[in-house]
Design a protein around this ligand. Structure first.
Ligand code: KG4
Ligand code: ZN
Length: 342
């Protein structure tokens, strides 16, 4: 079965064709980094206008690259939420027209669940139950996965998402938007133990996360305060690298520590990581080092399935439809703050 997936929840216009929920025939992502770079973050109206301009061309390219014609598509899948409401509406309404016009079933999916499914697409033999961790620019969610489609909420960020804190720290250090990969690169030249930045909520029993304290600590460290105020542009390259490395270590250690603690408590032998931050190689190393000690296997998506993409959307759409054809409907709306656990 051939599924066309579409993702427009934030600042990527993406379309993909996936066969039988697993074989990626095309995965086209038009990033809007250039558009939002000068603002240091996503400007919703600009994102929406760009989605409108691009969506039909991106779908066309996904079909061309997969050498599949629209007539051969059996199913369409789209992100219903969570995300920017205007951006979601563009994808949802585009596919409603397309699916209706072609008489095709249409499956709405949750963006966070699609990130988890991305991890399964790359690791189809992953054992369950697993602890799921989605770490992205909009979400930091920890949950127990008894099965695909069955999730129990364990914790979430109480303020900023971990990816967002990478973006803010990048901007503070004068690095380009989107900051995560740039912080990771700069951190390679720094000492992760140079500055003891706080590990948000790490001493608490909770599985929730907090990144605002870490972000503020980095801000004060870089800019100083009171009489010690200083110009961040004038700190040395070595110190910038130390800030990046020490921040990254603090941000990532909490993810690893809480995921592995949850695996122990709930008897999960595996951890499935998804979302943009899952692309970070230091996160992968930290997980592997610490998980090996407690006999837990940790799985990550292939790099192209970490950050926002439509292959994970097509994959999940196919899986949901195979479970229950009644999951296909035209009767749904985009939901900005869609809950993944309902
Ligand atoms: O999953 P994603 O593409 O979008 C959301 O659903 O939010 O994640 C984007 C986020 C950004 O905050 C970005 O800085 C972060 O993921 N990110 C990274 C890396 N690559 C992307 N953070 C740390 N290290 C990376 N290599
Ligand atoms: Zn995402």
């Amino acid at each position: 079965m051939l599924c066309l997936g579409i993702e427009t929840s934030c600042d990527e216009t993406a379309a993909a064709v996936v066969r039988d929920g697993a074989e990626i025939l095309s995965n086209i992502v038009a990033s809007q980094l250039d558009l939002h770079a000068e603002y240091g973050g996503v400007v919703p109206e600009l994102a929406c206008r760009r989605h409108v301009q691009l969506i039909d061309r991106i779908v066309q390219r996904a079909l061309e690259q997969s050498r599949i014609s629209l007539d051969q598509i059996d199913l369409i899948s789209v992100v219903q939420g969570p995300g920017l409401i205007g951006a979601l509406l563009i994808g949802v309404n585009f596919v409603k027209g397309l699916a209706w016009g072609r008489g095709l079933p249409l499956v709405p999916v949750n963006h966070i669940e699609a990130h988890v499914y991305g991890c399964f697409m790359s690791n189809p033999r992953m054992e369950l139950p697993a602890i799921g961790l989605v770490a992205s620019g909009g979400h930091t969610s920890l949950f127990l996965m008894d099965n695909l489609g069955q999730y129990r909420r364990l914790g979430e960020t109480t303020d900023d998402a971990v990816g967002e804190s990478f973006d803010k720290v990048a901007s503070l250090l004068g690095l380009p938007y989107m900051g995560g990969p740039h912080v990771e690169k700069l951190a390679l030249k720094g000492d992760p133990n140079a500055i003891p930045f706080p590990r948000g909520l790490s001493k608490k029993k909770t599985y929730n996360f907090s990144y605002s304290g870490l972000k503020t600590a980095v801000l004060y460290h870089v800019k100083g305060y009171g009489k010690k105020r200083r110009d961040p542009d004038r700190i040395s390259q070595k110190e910038r690298a130390d800030v990046a490395a020490s921040f990254q270590e603090a941000a990532l250690e909490v993810l690893v520590e809480k995921s592995l603690r949850a695996a122990g408590e709930f008897g999960a032998k595996t951890v499935a990581v998804g979302g943009g931050v899952a692309a970070n190689l230091r996160l992968r190393d930290l997980f592997r080092e610490r998980a090996a000690k407690v006999g837990i296997a940790v799985f990550f998506p292939a790099k192209e399935l970490c950050t926002d993409n439509a292959a994970m959307v097509a994959g999940l759409g196919h899986w949901l439809y195979a479970q229950d054809p009644a999951s296909a409907t035209y009767d749904f709306d985009a939901i900005a703050n869609m809950d993944f656990f309902q």
